[in-house]
Design a protein around this ligand. Structure first.
Ligand code: OOB
Length: 553
């Protein structure tokens, strides 16, 4: 059975993906046990001093899955998960998918506005958060969000519950590991019980959040079949194997570290995943040295910080073989420095939570790796580069990228009318990226047509920022634009026209955004007050003209 609101692939496509061996018709929970059977005692996951073998991981996942059922959660439901990078994140996600519950993967940076929206849209029946983290009261916010949700979701917390009604997560996961008191027969019995839960591999396994170009994030329903292929094929392209030691430094709620090839791509081949609580060099470098990490994935802003830090301090990065960089434009000058200064190969990754993944390949010439964003992973990935009338451009010309394929769902989950804008009637996803084909067959990202700001890899919908700006009584007209930034690539500049005799200071803007309770990375960092905004002939705000004006901020 599939969830209401998911858009399935056409039957002919699904049949082709099956017969090509991409879709294996097995749930992600069953894959996890396959990996546990195959790699048993090998270390699957490292978080600080804690190390979990494949078998211990699967046992803990089953323990939590059984207890989630015990709390009354049911297959077919969705659960909001907002956790930092830690071993419990992965156990929670896998326990949900094991019993056909789709975790909705919120970022730790998200606040009330995003959480309330996705919890409502997904009809979440539980919310999983840390009690507090980085001085923020996640438990308090979760209760606030739960109280506003129609279904009154339960609140599960990592840490000592501080509020009435919170359920502690750790006891549900249990302290059982390989050497623990659990008997093999009990493990096997529980495994059989959970194997009997009917999970459709064609149904949504998990819900990723889109960076989004509209006011609020969209839900991307990734199926068991498509997501396992996404991770497995990425791993093949990137040469992942049993000796892969992968450091998860970006927030694992992001598709990139989760499955491109990321955590899931590493597990499928018996490698080891190390969780990093932060991408800061002071945190990540000692972990790389201690665990002999050989592969990791970062956004360009992090790559730049690492290059700077590696050049100035003592850092043992000798184990590092491959640094994957994606999520935002990587300047060729920075790209060329990676092999020289970090002593590892660079892999450029141009991907999206909606599906399509492109990687540069190990046999691409160094200049191609430095100047292109790779090519698709699947022979069945379809690519069209089109003009404004959806007509394909001449070979080598820039145009809008459309795509469909075995791991790009043909619609957002409960996407409603938005699906009509974001997808063509034949199911092509409009990526909003402007690309051209490099002579060797790789894609070059030349720009974008979607109205968002890419701040160090985090996507911010201009509309979302503008909606909040319009809530300020002084504002007559507002436009959020990206301005170039050396550190993060882009930052948000809010351009406003004010009512007569009104004033507006940055502190007022920050106050309004704080009160709205949205992720901090969506706060404007530049403010420009203008007598008027430029308009296009059809009366829309001319953002191109605005951007040109502020290129040199
Ligand atoms: C990744 O996923 P999202 O969903 O956060 O963002 C997707 C968008 C793309 O449409 C493109 O606009 C931009 O991020 N992007 C890049 C890029 N990689 C992504 N722009 C220029 N160069 C690149 N290399 O960002 C994502 C998902 C999976 C793997 C890697 C990145």
């Amino acid at each position: 059975m599939k969830r209401r609101g998911m858009v399935p692939w056409p039957a002919e496509s699904a049949a082709a993906y099956r017969s090509a061996g991409y879709w294996l018709d097995k749930s992600l929970g069953n894959h996890l046990w396959d990996w546990a059977d195959r790699y048993g005692d090998r270390t699957a996951l490292v978080d600080g001093e804690r190390r979990l073998s494949y078998r211990a991981l699967a046992i803990r996942v089953d323990s939590l899955a059984e207890n989630l059922l015990g709390l009354g959660l049911r297959p077919g439901q969705n659960v909001l998960v907002q956790l930092p990078n830690c071993w419990q994140f992965m156990v929670t996600v896998m326990a949900c998918v094991r019993i056909g519950i789709a975790p909705v993967l919120a970022l730790p940076a998200h606040r009330r506005r995003e959480l309330a929206h996705v919890a409502t849209e997904s009809e979440a029946t539980a919310v999983v958060v840390p009690t507090s983290w980085k001085d923020f009261d996640y438990e308090g916010l979760a209760h606030e969000v739960a109280a506003r949700c129609p279904g009154s979701p339960q609140v599960l917390v990592l840490g000592e519950p501080g509020r009435e009604g919170s359920v502690a997560l750790d006891p549900l996961i249990g302290t059982v590991d390989d050497s623990g008191p659990l008997r093999a027969e009990d493990v096997a019995a529980r495994r059989r019980h959970l194997d009997a839960v009917d999970v459709d591999p064609e149904d949504v396994a998990l819900l990723l959040l889109s960076g989004g170009t509209t006011g609020l994030p969209k839900l991307i329903g990734r199926t068991h079949n498509d997501y396992e292929y996404n991770a497995r094929r990425s791993g093949e392209v990137c040469g992942f194997g049993g000796d892969t030691v992968y450091l998860a430094v970006l927030p694992v709620a992001h598709n990139f570290p989760l499955a491109c090839p990321g955590v899931l791509g590493t597990w499928g081949v018996g490698g080891r995943v190390v969780m990093a609580p932060s991408a800061r060099p002071e945190v990540a470098f000692p972990l790389i040295a201690r665990e002999r990490v050989n592969t990791t994935a970062v956004v360009p802003a992090v790559a730049q910080r690492w290059l700077q830090a590696a050049g100035t301090g003592p850092a043992d990065l000798t184990s590092l073989r491959s640094l994957q960089v994606g999520g935002a434009r990587l300047a060729p000058e920075i790209a060329r420095r990676v092999p020289a200064e970090l002593g590892c190969a660079l892999v450029q990754v141009f991907g999206m939570a909606e599906g399509l993944l492109n990687y540069t390949r190990p046999d691409d010439p160094p200049e191609v790796v430095a100047t292109t964003q790779g090519r698709p992973i699947s022979p069945h990935d379809e690519i069209l580069i089109v003009d404004e009338n959806d007509v394909p451009v001449a070979q080598g010309e820039s145009g809008a990228l459309l795509t469909r394929g075995p791991y790009t769902p043909p619609g957002y989950f409960r996407g409603g009318p938005h699906n009509k804008r974001a997808f063509t009637p034949d199911g092509w996803y409009r990526t909003g990226d402007v690309v051209r084909l490099h002579p060797g067959g790789n894609l070059v990202v030349a720009g974008r047509s979607k109205d968002l700001i890419n701040r160090g890899g985090e996507k911010i919908s201009a509309e979302e920022v503008e909606d909040i700006a319009y809530s300020m009584p002084q504002v007559v007209e507002a436009a959020a634009i990206a301005v170039p930034d050396d550190e993060l690539g882009e930052r948000i500049c809010l351009c406003v026209v004010l009512k007569e005799n009104e004033t507006l200071a940055m502190t007022d803007v920050v106050e309004t955004f704080s009160r709205t309770s949205i992720a901090r990375y969506k706060f404007p960092e530049h403010l420009r007050i203008l007598p008027s905004l430029p308009h296009t002939p059809v009366g829309k705000i001319d953002k191109k003209a605005l951007r040109a004006e502020f290129m040199t901020l």
